[in-house]
Design a protein around this ligand. Structure first.
Ligand SMILES: [Cu+2]
Length: 367
């Protein structure tokens, strides 16, 4: 969560998980944690409740709690990056609310939500200010400055965690000695179906080190191939590996080769079955990112990313055997990973995308 806000991300990337295959844009986006909660609450099997299924999720009262939280996150984003907001995007399929090829943006009516007795519909551009609806969030108040918001994020989302402190290293630089911090994450590109990806080391499938769940429609091999991005933070995993002696340090020259050689994954559909990386209409790409961070010196400022190294694409050499085959990655340096792409095509092929539409435009839609 902290990384999502400490990086300045163009809204059309921040606001959606949609990415074209092979995208070099950052995998950070607000739909990613949003999806996780749907499946964590609703379960990842077929008979475990409403929240995992977009078509009926809003029948679960916890849906409203969850989407109020997402709404709060948008308020945080607005406070930190004023003016970085919804831009026009082209719809790429027909849904209840939108037509294929329709341009959607701040002036698009938000069916079926009418705002007055004349029958006008709310539009995204109408609803950036939540106080007009007589509410605000206790830790993102109208009078709070961006400094106050940064402090709130630092205190609530781990800018000063013990794990982060352990990764700090003192390194000499041209200006003397600086403290730096290494962060590790897995950037995933995956199919936009309800599924869960589990990461584990070597072939220890009973020892899942991290997982990511996607809310969406049940897998359909005949559906359009749509790819979505997610990020799994691995910094705590790396710390644990160092603590138990599996790796000798958390330095990149130790960690990146280790993860490249040992990180494995598998995907489960909502019926409990496994799905291969290269199944029809599915897609999978995994990169390891290592960022060198200059930590904050005060809680109301953000850390600075000094550079990012990317091990790409671990899945390419083992696309048909997700659990067992060895794989290799190619190390590239990418010092400007967050701003490479600003024109992400929009697709809205399923009802699941209605929720995405709500995510893309603050308070545009709630289901
Ligand atoms: Cu949702």
């Amino acid at each position: 969560m902290y990384n999502l806000f400490t990086n300045s991300i163009p809204f059309n990337i921040f606001g959606t998980a949609l990415r074209p295959a092979g995208s070099t844009a950052t995998s950070l986006n607000i739909e990613d944690p949003h999806d996780n909660v749907h499946v964590v609450v609703g379960g990842r099997n077929a008979n475990t409740g409403h929240m995992s299924f977009p078509a009926v999720a809003a029948f679960d009262p916890v849906f409203w709690l969850h989407h109020a939280f997402v709404d709060r996150l948008f308020t945080v984003q607005q406070k930190l990056y004023p003016g970085n907001q919804l831009v026009d995007q082209v719809q790429r399929s027909t849904t209840y609310m939108s037509q294929d090829s329709e341009t959607i943006g701040n002036e698009t009516p938000l069916y079926p939500f009418r705002k007055n007795s004349a029958g006008d519909f709310w539009k995204a551009g109408d609803v950036y200010d939540e106080t007009q609806f007589n509410y605000y969030y206790a830790d993102v108040r109208p009078q709070d400055s961006s400094n106050t918001i940064r402090s709130m994020l630092y205190n609530k989302y781990g800018g000063g965690s013990a794990a982060a402190r352990r990764r700090k290293r003192d390194v000499s630089s041209t200006n003397g000695t600086d403290a730096i911090e290494y962060q590790y994450s897995a950037a995933l590109l995956s199919g936009k179906f309800m599924h869960t990806t589990e990461l584990y080391l070597d072939n220890q499938t009973d020892n899942v080190i991290a997982s990511k769940s996607y809310a969406g429609m049940p897998y359909n091999p005949n559906a359009p191939n749509i790819t979505v991005a997610a990020t799994i933070d691995l910094s705590a995993v790396v710390d644990q590996l160092e603590a138990n002696g599996t790796i000798s340090s958390t330095d990149p020259d130790v960690v990146l080769p280790f993860l490249t050689a040992n990180l494995k994954w598998r995907h489960f559909l909502n019926n409990g079955s496994q799905i291969a990386d290269n199944a029809p209409a599915f897609y999978f790409e995994i990169q390891i990112h290592q960022s060198t961070i200059q930590p904050t010196t005060s809680s109301d400022s953000f850390p600075v990313t000094l550079n990012t190294t990317q091990v790409t694409d671990l899945a390419a050499s083992q696309s048909s055997a997700p659990a067992v085959a060895p794989k290799t990655g190619t190390v590239v340096n990418n010092n400007n990973d967050n701003n490479n792409s600003t024109n992400i095509p929009t697709k809205t092929p399923t009802l699941g995308r209605l929720i995405l539409a709500g995510v893309q435009g603050k308070r545009r839609v709630v289901l």
